[in-house]
Each structure stands twice: as structure tokens, then as C-alpha cells.
Design a protein around this ligand. Structure first.
Ligand SMILES: [Zn+2]
Length: 146
């Protein structure tokens, strides 16, 4: 059980925005979010379970960009990929291939990506993304080559 609790990995959060609105996202400032769905790519090298539990908790100190969004929008789904490799940015780029646009500078303060948060207008495109994640060839995907 304890080992399972500490399983590291990467994850995606699917967040529903009911109405187009402007939200203050920490140091990023005011950001306009469109009605639809946003997918956030993150990693939890110290344990997926604890990190996901934190994202779901309403009472917490806002720390990451995603905390500001989750305070105002609804987390509707979590997609997890258990791995000990640091695939967060690769996973983020995978998601970008299915998205309509991204929020520049969101969730990528510590890496070279332009964003870790992607916009999907229609939920059907989230389903396409999920299928693509399921069909990822893990042997190829998890190999180290950059
Ligand atoms: Zn990145």
C-alpha cells in the first residue's frame, strides 16, 4: 500500500470552465479562459496519489498556477501515467498536439515549454486525446531520448 501511495508519475487534469471568464493566475496576472475544457500536464515524482488528492482538495494555500484555476473551475477528470521518468514536458507536448490553443506561460515556470495548459473547446476532443494516451506505446514513449 505504501509503495503504491508513493508511485511517481505524470498526470493530466481535465478542468471544465462553464463560462468564459477572466481569472487572476498568481504572477501570470489576469488570464482569460474560454468556456470549454482545459487540460493541464503535471508530474509528481514523490507520489501521484498525494498530488492528485491535493489538487482535489478545496482548502489549501494557493501555490501553483493550477491552484488558481482549480479554485474557480471544476476538475472533472484525472489521467495518470505511472512512471519514474521525468516525462512531464514530453507528455505536455503530446497533449498540445490535440488542443486548439494554450495559455502561454501557465505551469511551466520550471521548464522550457511555452505552456502546460491546453484548451479544448469540445469534450469530444478530450476523448480523442484520452484514446491517444491509452495507445501510447510505453516502451517507445518511456525510452530516454531527447
Ligand atoms: Zn515543460
Amino acid at each position: 500500500m505504501a509503495r503504491f501511495q508513493r508511485q511517481p508519475g505524470v498526470y493530466a487534469l481535465v478542468v471544465k470552465v462553464g463560462n468564459t471568464s477572466k481569472l487572476k493566475i498568481g504572477a501570470l496576472g489576469d488570464v482569460e479562459f474560454q468556456r470549454g475544457y482545459y487540460v493541464y500536464a503535471g508530474s509528481a515524482m514523490n507520489g501521484l496519489a498525494a498530488r492528485i488528492a491535493r489538487h482535489k482538495r478545496k482548502q489549501k494555500r494557493v501555490h501553483w498556477h493550477i491552484d488558481y484555476l482549480l479554485a474557480k473551475a471544476e476538475l472533472i477528470e484525472v489521467i495518470k501515467i505511472p512512471t519514474s521518468k521525468r516525462l512531464e514536458c514530453k507528455f505536455s507536448q503530446h497533449i498540445s498536439g490535440y488542443a486548439e490553443s494554450s495559455i502561454p506561460g501557465f505551469g511551466c515556470s520550471d521548464c522550457a515549454c511555452s505552456s502546460h495548459l491546453y484548451y479544448f473547446k469540445h469534450h469530444s476532443n478530450i476523448e480523442v486525446l484520452k484514446k491517444s494516451i491509452k495507445s501510447i506505446d510505453k516502451k517507445v514513449y518511456f525510452r530516454d531520448h531527447s
